[in-house]
Ligand binder design. Structure first.
Ligand SMILES: [Zn+2]
Length: 292
């Protein structure tokens, strides 16, 4: 009898401890980001009274970068405001003065968003859910190779690890402290991928910083591996590499002299040249995070 009671007692203890451990792991990612940011005396995401996410300090802005198939995204409304997230093309008059220009124009093929990460390494979340029959392993591998391509050109510890989560979201209205990559539908035609970047893009360089990015691979296209696939598909690694470039602070290039760059703003089925960085991409990443 004593043994049974002891057994129950031990079982309860183990259950309690595992419960504590479980609860510890369940701290919302936003809170983890907040703790991490606090430790670094940097930017933080806090939960507001209504459960919404607010940024501390205030002044958070988002930048939405849409990757089009060439010939799409030609809508111009000429209202004096560059509305790329509504589909306005970078070549529209409204967008002719956007800050997609190099801070230090040593190359015409490097362009910057105006902020970079101050808390490294960057961890990210991969949602492999797709309707193209791509395995979790394939999706994760394509995305990791995209991140590592940038990492291999700087001594900074740029990207950390990733986690798999089949319930990810593209956070266009408020950040949640997670850098998520997923497949989904964007409202316009001809969109290959969309990246939203939350951060502080103005003021003194020491006050600037990126706090989150989310990447959506649009279901307008059939995704896969253009290098090894027999049919023509949109190459996941190709586009992931480009979008990670936005995630670390680089802007699109639309000048045709930059067509070889990973950050060139258009792609199409079968393209794989964005998988590997070109001179302007390397110059850009090294200007932001240092060389090797
Ligand atoms: Zn882009």
């Amino acid at each position: 009898m004593k043994k049974v009671i002891l057994g129950i007692f031990v079982a309860v203890m183990v259950f309690s401890l595992s419960g504590v451990a479980g609860a510890w792991k369940l701290i919302p990612t936003a809170d983890q980001a907040k703790e991490k940011a606090k430790a670094d005396k940097s930017l933080a995401i806090e939960k507001g009274e209504k459960g919404d996410f607010i940024l501390s300090p205030p002044g958070l802005k988002k930048v939405v970068l849409i990757h089009y198939k060439k010939g799409f995204g030609g809508f111009c409304n000429n209202n004096g405001v560059c509305e790329k997230d509504l589909g306005e093309n970078p070549s529209c008059a409204d967008c002719s003065n956007v800050k997609d220009k190099p801070e230090d124009p040593t190359s015409t093929c490097s362009a910057f968003l105006g902020a970079k990460w101050t808390n490294l390494p960057i961890d990210y979340v991969i949602d492999p859910d797709n309707s193209y029959g791509l395995t979790e392993e394939f999706v994760a591998n394509a995305m990791v190779l995209g991140a590592e391509e940038w990492d291999s050109y700087t001594n900074a510890d740029l990207f950390g690890g990733y986690t798999i989560d089949y319930n990810s979201s593209w956070d266009g209205s408020a950040p949640d402290g997670r850098n998520e990559l997923l497949f989904g539908d964007y409202q316009q035609d001809g969109v290959i991928a969309v990246t939203v970047i939350w951060g502080y893009f103005k003021g003194k360089p020491s006050n600037r910083g990126i706090v989150e990015f989310d990447i959506l691979f649009d279901n307008d296209f059939i995704w896969g591996d253009s290098l090894n696939s027999s049919s023509t598909v949109m190459d996941l690694q190709n586009i992931a590499t480009h979008e990670f470039g936005h995630g670390v602070g680089l802007a699109d290039l639309y000048d045709t002299v930059c067509v070889e760059e990973t950050m060139y703003g258009y792609s199409n089925y079968g393209d794989i040249e964005k998988r590997t960085l070109n001179a302007g991409d390397i110059e850009g990443i090294q200007q932001l995070y240092g060389g090797i």
